[in-house]
Design a protein around this ligand. Sequence first.
Ligand code: ADP
Ligand code: FRU
Length: 292
Amino acid sequence: MKKSTLCVGLVCVDLVAETEGFPIEDTDQRIPDLSYRRGGNASNSSTVLAELGMQSEFLGMLTNSVQLDFIREDFSKHSVTIEHCPIFPDCEFPTSVVIINTINGTRTILHHPKNLPELDIQHFNNLDLTNYSWVHFEGRSSNIDNIKQMIRTVRERLENLKISVEIEKARPALGELLPLADVVFVSKDYACFSGFRTMEKAVKGFLDVTKPGTIVVCAWGSEGAAAGQNGTVVSQNACPPVQIVDTLGAGDTFNAAFIYSQVNLWDWKKGLEFACQVAGSKIGQKGFLGIG
Ligand code: ADP
Ligand code: FRU
């Protein structure tokens, strides 16, 4: 049986309003499109991995609200399996209202976590880790102890299974994940919050607090991204499409494409280039269908 990549973290509902220009406060206007999308960083990355042709599984908390069928069907539409996701009763899915300005592709996210509990170590312990080729964790400061335990579990049970973590939000607790993974994705927000002014300086700085051999990757929006390992740091320009229409999930796409390169044992510099290419095609289209 082909092994799957496993993305662990959030799935949420995105209510996406597409506008031509950013709306002016206290006005009433019609917009070109309004739709529900399945969102959440780990959920989006699992989608892109499947679109790239990987066997892809998502693990995160679901609930039996009215949106459950939509979430399930959308995972299935993208061929992402969710068979190990627990369903917590009588909650609501975390929800974002997202404004996408189709003139320049910016996405403005207003997020509410609602009342859905985080995944805990029990849910992770049920997995047969020999089924996976890679495990990716979305760093969540509200669930840091469980994530650390999940990482420890992988290390204890299957030493050679590769682990990546994403450190996105500017929350100090997420720094505890830096020394624990084989690949660390650090966002521009977190890098700036940690005092770094450029992506290259960020990669260099974070390499000092990771274990030897760790690959640190830092995406920097329209400037592209940098990555490094064992003291070598390389940067890569962005690959913008002719028209940028939708940057929602660009970072999640970038992470997935880099993971794809590493599962396939590509050199990390080639992986960095590929991740910028795939993120570039994502921002030239709506959503993730057919990407790559
Ligand atoms: P996010 O804000 O979704 O986390 P990032 O800003 O980190 O995403 O961008 C991830 C990657 O997507 C970048 O490294 C780049 O390759 C591409 N990207 C994002 N925004 C742009 C843009 N405006 N122009 C060109 N490429 C972009
Ligand atoms: C994009 C995204 C959205 C979601 C938000 C959660 O990266 O995952 O789909 O609404 O971020 O922070």
